[in-house]
Ligand binder design. Structure first.
Ligand SMILES: Nc1ncnc2c1ncn2[C@@H]1O[C@H](COP(=O)(O)OP(=O)(O)O)[C@@H](O)[C@H]1O
Ligand SMILES: [Mg+2]
Length: 277
């Protein structure tokens, strides 16, 4: 039986959640989307059903959060709770049903990013732990660790500094670059605290896309290796006489079977913003 960190959401049944919940965490611009764009086809080529989800993608709250951020209409606590609503909606309507159907759920951020952002904005960690108690404990959290000096070029050469990703609501500095550096430094420090508390598996994200992918692939491979090895798809013989299933050809070996890092890079750049894919 799956566990949550605290109280279960009312009406949520946690039995028979046979899928795997895998979290990719990391700060703004570290390369989460890039890696998920590589991991999803890699997993699918092994015949696994994959759900990828991420912040602000809920039906219920996604649009509202974007509007609130444009108009700066919410305070720190209410904005944080709006994100919590988005998360609760996706947990109930996407993540839990997908886990029940045996999917690998790849989530781009989880409660930890929300906690780190809120702590940097002066919200108490014990209060946050309590708020997010309804979150399912994932099978693994892979934290893409990077230093701020390695992070800055990634952001400069892709989407540029964003108001929220630079913590401008906290007004760390007049200058966007300085703000980004200061805000991200505080955020990274909070991630380190959470990494210890919640047992993240740390991935060195400062290297090339391929090397980060290799580390994630090894880690996820380990998480999934406890599962049965039989092919997931099989086709019955025509006529239904034979009990023997005909196997579809095995998926090609993982090397080269995935999208190339260049394609993943392009895909990550095709969308902008912190919380979109
Ligand atoms: N390991 C890497 N080395 C260099 N650049 C990278 C790496 N990973 C991602 N990038 C680039 O950094 C930018 C931000 O990546 P993205 O995946 O959108 O980050 P996130 O989803 O974490 O915000 C993109 O231009 C992407 O191509
Ligand atoms: Mg992204």
């Amino acid at each position: 039986m799956r566990e949550t960190y605290g109280a279960v959401l009312p009406g949520m049944n946690l039995s028979d959640l046979t899928g795997k919940l895998i979290v990719i965490e990391g700060t703004d611009g570290v390369g989460r989307s890039t890696q998920i764009n590589l991991l999803k086809p890699w997993l699918e080529q092994q015949g696994r059903a994959v759900l990828d989800t991420g912040m602000t993608r809920s039906e219920l709250a996604g649009k509202g959060i974007k509007q609130a951020k444009e108009g700066h209409t919410l305070g720190r606590v209410t904005l944080s709770l709006f994100y919590t609503t988005d998360f609760a909606d996706r947990l109930e309507n996407e993540i839990v049903p997908a886990l029940r159907a045996g999917f690998v759920v790849l989530t781009d951020r989880y409660i930890y990013s929300l906690m780190a952002r809120a702590v940097v904005r002066g919200i108490d960690l014990p209060w946050l732990r309590n708020v997010y108690g309804f979150a399912l404990k994932p099978d693994a959290v892979f934290y893409l660790r990077i230093g701020v000096d390695d992070l800055i070029p990634r952001v400069v050469f892709s989407r540029g500094f964003d108001y929220w990703e630079s913590g401008m609501d906290l007004h760390p500095s007049e200058d966007m670059y300085e703000s980004f550096r200061k805000y991200q430094t505080s955020l990274l420090a909070q991630f380190e605290v959470l990494a210890k508390e919640y047992g993240f598996e740390v991935v060195d994200a400062s290297g090339e896309i391929r090397s980060v992918f290799d580390q994630l692939r090894d880690g996820i491979g380990r998480v999934l290796s406890g599962e049965p090895q039989e092919p997931i798809f099989s086709v019955r013989q025509p006529g239904g006489e034979s009990e023997e299933a005909t196997q579809l050809p095995a998926a090609p070996a993982s090397e080269g079977a995935v999208e190339t890092p260049a394609k993943a890079h392009a895909a990550a750049n095709a969308v902008d913003g912190d919380d979109t894919k």
